[in-house]
Every structure is written in structure tokens, then in C-alpha cells.
Ligand binder design. Sequence first.
Ligand SMILES: Cc1cc2nc3c(=O)[nH]c(=O)nc-3n(C[C@H](O)[C@H](O)[C@H](O)COP(=O)(O)O)c2cc1C
Length: 316
Amino acid sequence: MNTAIENTNSIAPPEVDLSVQLGRLHLTNPVMVASGTFGYAREMAHLVDLSRLGGILPKTVTKQERQGNAPWRTIETAAGMLNSIGLDNDGIDAFLENHQPYLTTLGTAIVVSIAGRTQDEFVEMCQQLDGVPGVAAIELNISCPNVSGGVDFGTDPNMCEQLVAACRGACELPILAKLTPNVTSIQDMARAASAAGADALSLINTCQGMAVDWRGRKPMLGNVIGGLSGPAIKPIALRCVYQAAQVVDTPIIGIGGIATLDDMMEFLVTGASAVQLGTVNFYNPTVSMTLLDALPAALAELGAKSVAEIVGTLRV
Ligand SMILES: Cc1cc2nc3c(=O)[nH]c(=O)nc-3n(C[C@H](O)[C@H](O)[C@H](O)COP(=O)(O)O)c2cc1C
């Protein structure tokens, strides 16, 4: 089991503790990159000092390879993007053979994102990842809006609880549950994942959306409906983090429209212990380094000597 990977070249002044603890998962700092927006990290190696990241989430892998959805798969929107990739990937065997050996060398926490069509598939993938060198944790993608049946586990609290419990029982690795905002009550889903023993909750995946070509009278996305991400969804994500933090003690990872230092700090004080950067990686690929550089001074501005000191300190 390998749940703690230390970075050696932290830029933080010694008096500021950037490390965070997400259940059994230890990160050297709270800045992670979100699944599906950072490739398999190799693509970003010429731009980003990968060893400085708190954690890397490669693109979600599934048991069998998937072709993904018909084009178009991405559309730019007023303040973000719509995507309907549909979990295009080569399957977990190919991931372990072609990508994990490289990821293991990076000196940061690798959190492998998995999605199954059934609970059994999730469990089998957890068993397969257990003990693989360099895998620090597993994120259960129970929130992808772009695959048929992709959100059942993320919208039904009972199914969610059973799935997370089964995955926890199937391996020694820390388990993160990535939830969808496309539910009536994020608090019910957070309670369910937390009760099942999730080490952390990742909030949020994309919000369902649509784009239309009115002249052609047709949808822009091949899959008609897709997932909205980027600055447009930040207020929704903040609301989800806030509501979840009110009902569970499980650490939360904030995701959704984070693009600046202010965005990241807003998530931390609202209740997130760490963040994942997503869509911003496409238009500002070095942003993770910028935020890491700026974080110690922002903590100091609040009089804090550690990240943990400011998490959930919002005064309402
Ligand atoms: C092109 C694209 C592909 C994505 N693929 C995945 C994926 O494979 N697995 C996953 O859990 N989330 C995926 N996401 C969702 C992101 O990880 C993130 O949860 C979401 O985009 C919200 O964060 P953001 O607004 O910072 O992008 C994808 C997002 C985009 C834009």
C-alpha cells in the first residue's frame, strides 16, 4: 500500500504547512488536477513541474476500453465549456501497462479515477489497483453525465452507499467519491458516501447542459446533452461544498470553475480541504504552479500557518 508520497521540492516557506490529510490520503499540498483535464500527465510534463502537484487524477478508466461519444464532443460556452467525451479510454489493463509506470515516477500522489457499469466492475477494478506501485488512492467516478447509466450510483443514495462500502471493502487504498451536482439533494449523497466510509468527497463533476445550432435546428453535441464546466459552474460547486460540509465530517475536495487564487481560497474557507483544477488547464496550463506559488502568502494574509486552519472557516 502506498498512500503517502512526499514531494521534495516544496516552495513553501518552512513556517507554512501546505500538507493536507484526506482521510487516509496524505497530500503535500491541496492543489490537484482533475480527471479528464490533464490527460495522463505526460502531455503536461513540458509545461508543469508535475512533482510539485498535490495530486494528479488521470482520465477516468473503465474495465473495458470505450470509444466515447460521437463528435462534436466539446463546445465553448459563455463562461466555460460543454463536453460529452463519454469516458473514451483504453481500459484499465492498458492504463496499468502504458500509463501507471510513468505516473509512478512523478513523485506525487496518483489518484486513479475509475468508472464501472456495475458495482461488480467497480469492485474488480479496486481489487486490480490494490497494491499497484504508485497508486495513492482511487476516485470513484459515480458522476459522469455522458455515459448511459453513468450517474445511477451518484443520484441514488442507497446505491451510492452500497458501492462506496463495497469498494472500501475490496482494497486497502483510500477511496474518494466524486459526486454529481445533478441531484435534488447533494447533502443526501454526501451523507451516503460518508456513511460508507469514503475518505473524501470530490465535489463536483460537471452540470448537465446543452448547446443548440438554431439555424440547423440541431444540437451541437453529438450526444445532445453534455457536462458544463469552467467558471460558469463555480457558484454551484461552492454551494455544493458548503452544503456537504454542513452535514458530514468527511474531508471535501472542491472542484468546479477554479481558475485563480481567489477561487481556490473561496473553496478552502467554504469547507474544501483541497481542490482540483479542471477546465482551466486547457486555457492556462501552468495555473497549478501559479496557485501553488501564491498559496503561502494567501494563508499568511489570513494569519494561518497551515491549510487546515482555514478549511471551513466561513462565517455565516
Ligand atoms: C473535457 C473534460 C473531460 C472530463 N473527463 C472527466 C473524467 O474522465 N472523469 C471525471 O471524473 N471527470 C471528468 N471531467 C470533469 C472534471 O474532472 C471536473 O469535475 C469538472 O470539469 C468541473 O471542474 P472544472 O469546472 O474546473 O472543469 C471532465 C471535464 C472536462 C471538461
